[in-house]
Design a protein around this ligand. Structure first.
Ligand code: AQP
Length: 332
């Protein structure tokens, strides 16, 4: 059976981008068709300046939202990265296989390093080595497929390269994984700056729909979305990024094709109104389930405990094998 692994960072409140680009597919497709693991990757959240209490709170919220989005612990493994030591253990080996140049070429590193400096902070070494930890996350489980949005495909490519290199140099240890981005909404864009990704660490939040935004807030943000200077509704990502983004969001909500949808609209206003209502309806069941789960925190804790146990059992043999293969003396 295909093994699927993917994760989400507790660096901010989860967004419509996270849902359409990743979570919805995990719940609707992957957990039913594959042996799947989904992880709140809290160690990754320490790569940028953070408040410890906030990271803890967001980790719990992210785990709760994964369940609210439909992940079923009977069908897949849901856990928190720091609960499974194998991630950090294997990350060090990945750092020993990767090169400094490979890490510095990563687009996310370059973008986030600039952002950290602009915010007056310094760049943490862990931001540079982030892809080694991500490779460890993936490779520890013998992962075949990594369902991620477009922004993460470069990191999955690096995980592939490291797996191949390790196998060639030290003997076959890792499955070589591949990224599987969604066909529609692989990169949901910021509603105010439609040339930038809708990200959860956006400073103002005005261009970002959060999964827990009230319906009226969702409507307001979408009705105020920046469109383009033209007036006709055409799907053109390059020339009309704002309208293309709305068409993609609406298409993803309704399971349709953005280009086909564009013909149905004569004005930006009508497109925004339908998009807003489609998003409100998409989020409604997730928000309702989230509320129920918040009333039962013991349930979420239990799911995470069992998930971590299962994940540890799956990862340990492969990580132990990697330690032996690379030349470390077994503990006996
Ligand atoms: N805008 C997006 N469109 C489509 N997919 C997206 N994903 C994230 N944003 C979009 C996908 O969601 C999964 C988890 O994302 P993440 O937690 O690794 O990354 P993030 O939400 O982008 O978080 P950051 O890096 O903490 O936020 P920013 O970028 O604001 O600094 C992944 O599969 C990702 O592709």
């Amino acid at each position: 059976m295909t093994r699927v692994f993917s994760g989400i960072q507790p660096t901010g409140h989860l967004t419509l981008g996270n849902y359409l680009g990743a979570m919805r597919r995990w719940a609707e497709v992957d957990q039913h068709q594959a042996d799947s693991l989904f992880c709140v990757v809290d160690l990754h959240a320490l790569t940028v300046d953070h408040d410890p209490a906030r990271v803890r709170r967001l980790s719990r919220q992210a785990a709760t939202l994964l369940l609210a989005a439909g992940l079923d612990p009977e069908l897949c493994t849901v856990f928190v990265q720091s609960h499974v030591d194998e991630h950090a253990r294997l990350s060090y080996l990945m750092e020993c296989v990767a090169t400094d140049g490979e890490m510095r070429r990563m687009i996310q590193y370059k973008e986030k390093a600039v952002r950290e400096r602009e915010r007056g902070g310094s760049v943490r070494l862990s931001l540079l080595t982030y892809p080694a930890l991500m490779a460890a996350d993936i490779l520890a489980y013998g992962t075949d497929e990594v369902p991620v949005g477009d922004d993460q495909t470069q990191h999955v490519e690096l995980a592939r390269d490291l797996a191949v290199r390790f196998n060639q140099r030290y003997g076959h240890t890792f499955v070589v994984p591949r990224a599987t981005p969604p066909k529609v909404a692989s990169r949901v864009m910021n509603l105010q700056v439609p040339t930038s990704k809708m990200g959860k660490s956006d400073d103002s939040g005005q261009g970002v729909v959060y999964l827990l935004d009230e319906p009226d807030v969702v409507r307001k943000k979408i009705m105020r979305a920046v469109t383009d200077s033209g007036t006709d509704v055409v799907y053109d990502r390059e020339a009309r990024p704002g309208v293309a983004n709305l068409l993609e969001i609406l298409a993803a909500c309704e399971g349709r094709d953005p280009e086909g949808l564009s013909g149905a609209y004569q004005s930006y206003g009508a497109l925004k109104k339908d998009t807003a209502e489609a998003v409100v309806e998409l989020l409604r069941p997730v928000q309702e389930r989230h509320k129920e789960l918040c009333a039962d925190p013991g349930h979420v804790d239990g799911v995470l405990r069992a998930g971590a146990r299962r994940a540890r059992d799956m990862a340990r043999p492969r990580v132990d094998a990697a330690y032996r293969a690379i030349g470390l003396l077994p503990a006996g």
